[in-house]
Write a protein that binds this ligand. Structure first.
Ligand code: F6R
Length: 245
């Protein structure tokens, strides 16, 4: 794992956005794996700036998002379809046909998940996967548990994730209890992984990811086995890591 310690959120966002931009410059028709949540918003803003200044184009880029709540329509303002449109897609020249998010509106979980894996595979896999990390160490919505699950699958969200994500909903009862998420196999198959985290609330999870044992109770710890992971964090998120100066 390569650890990049940034002084604040702005620097973290610039570094992560630049790594993604570099991938697009290297291969203008690359396949990017994308994340939602609060953490990557700054990186998306940086990518939009780079697009507006003419440094990059998304014309031929393909994207596959990590996850989506089960049961939300694509235009629901808390759906990850909506999030991606608002935070990235509608600001750049991406062809919406090249953007993909698991279909949370399909109640047939098995079909929706199998179809998603097939699409990622047919696209040739992910070149660069952007990840955030949950307070409980989840990546995508792969929640702490007794195993690492390979394929895209339907998960029951843990109480800690429901509580963490309720900040974006009017009432905690409105947070969906299930989601479709890329599994660990697709994430680990990406050629490069960039994981972002900021703030003290993520410090325990970041320590477990970098310095803990490889343990499905911290799903992000599996990334220790990936050959090309860049961990981009602010100082607060790295504050409990004794191995990071
Ligand atoms: C989002 C996702 C989640 C988030 C994680 C952190 O697509 O897969 O794993 O990255 O929950 O969320 P934030 O950034 O809101 O703290």
């Amino acid at each position: 794992m390569r650890i990049v310690s940034c002084k604040d959120y702005a620097e973290m966002s610039r570094v992560a956005g630049n790594l993604m931009a570099a991938e697009i410059i290297k291969n203008p028709s690359c396949v990017l794996g994308l994340a939602t949540g609060s953490t990557p918003i700054g990186a998306y803003e940086h990518l939009v700036e780079l697009y507006k200044s003419g440094d990059i184009s998304f014309k031929d880029v393909k994207t596959y998002n990590l996850d989506e709540y089960r049961g939300l329509a694509h235009d629901h303002d808390q759906s990850y379809h909506y999030f991606m449109n608002e935070n990235l897609f509608k600001h750049v020249d991406i062809d919406m046909k090249n953007t993909h998010v698991p279909d949370g509106s399909n109640p047939d979980a098995e079909a929706a998940c199998a179809e998603y894996d097939k699409m990622v595979e047919e696209a040739g896999g992910v070149a660069l996967q952007l990840l955030g990390i949950g307070n409980n160490g989840h990546i995508g919505f792969n929640e702490p548990g007794s195993v690492f699950v390979g394929p895209t699958h339907c998960v029951d969200l843990t109480e800690s994730t429901i509580v963490a994500n309720s900040r974006l909903f009017e009432r905690i009862e409105d947070v969906p209890r299930q989601a479709y998420t890329m599994g660990i196999k697709t994430i680990m198959s990406a050629k490069r992984v960039v994981i972002v985290a900021n703030g003290e609330a993520k410090a325990e999870a970041v320590k477990a990811m970098i310095e803990g044992p490889i343990d499905p109770m911290c799903q992000a710890s599996i990334l220790q086995l990936h050959p090309d992971v860049v961990v981009v964090c602010d100082e607060a998120a790295l504050s409990l890591c004794s191995s990071v100066k």
